[in-house]
Design a protein around this ligand. Sequence first.
Ligand SMILES: Nc1ncnc2c1ncn2[C@@H]1O[C@H](COP(=O)(O)OP(=O)(O)OP(=O)(O)O)[C@@H](O)[C@H]1O
Length: 238
Amino acid sequence: MSMLKVRGLKGGYGGRLIVDGIDLDVAAGEIVTVIGQNGAGKSTMLKSIFNMVPVRGGAVALDGADIMSVSPYRMLTVGLAYIPQHHSVFPKLTIAENLRMGGYLLDDKALLHERTAMVEEMFPILKARRAEYAASLSGGEQRMLEIARTLIMDPKVVMLDEPSIGLAPKMVDLVFSTARRLAEAGKGILMVEQNVKKALMASDRGYVLELGQVRIQDEARALIADERVSRLYMGVRG
Ligand SMILES: Nc1ncnc2c1ncn2[C@@H]1O[C@H](COP(=O)(O)OP(=O)(O)OP(=O)(O)O)[C@@H](O)[C@H]1O
């Protein structure tokens, strides 16, 4: 069953349609990666799903509920998390404070406490270093903190925009294994990635975007084996 269901989504800036009728599904427990050339519209697609750019048509449903008119600010409360490309930890807050910030929309203090404890159990590094500044974490660990922070709101689907960008290979593995742990916990994961081969190897399914439209969709392993996909999208960094 589709946890995130996108149909005919159109969005863009000014008069320009960047996302041009995208259909996409993410089920609970699966990692889905979207690949495509620079400018294909991958980031704009995530922002359109999150209602951050003007949407011109289509439908977006989360766990069966229409979320087209939910503001980005409220998305987390309905179960959709989005981690943008640029780092978004608060460097001068401690790791524990950063986690707590993930619950700024939670009124229930006991629940906030419970969720924070659950996330710290899941990420022992964050627990061990909870009193240190987030700035002391490596790039990969900061990504892990960003991902962990979204869990405070117990989202159904987590969207990640190029989570591996700028990271050393070992840290890339850490980020993708973190995504897998979320999927194992029943979350749906939707990633946009330029690190195509590694991302697909960490994924269940993938979509290839060209000019704002889905050109190919398949099992991740089939995309890795696809000669055209590897020639066009894995040439540089594969
Ligand atoms: N804020 C904006 N205002 C106007 N045009 C934008 C804006 N953001 C992106 N675009 C345009 O939308 C198109 C798609 O950009 P987008 O960032 O979605 O592509 P992408 O596939 O994620 O590429 P990249 O991997 O380079 O980020 C590009 O032509 C870009 O110039």
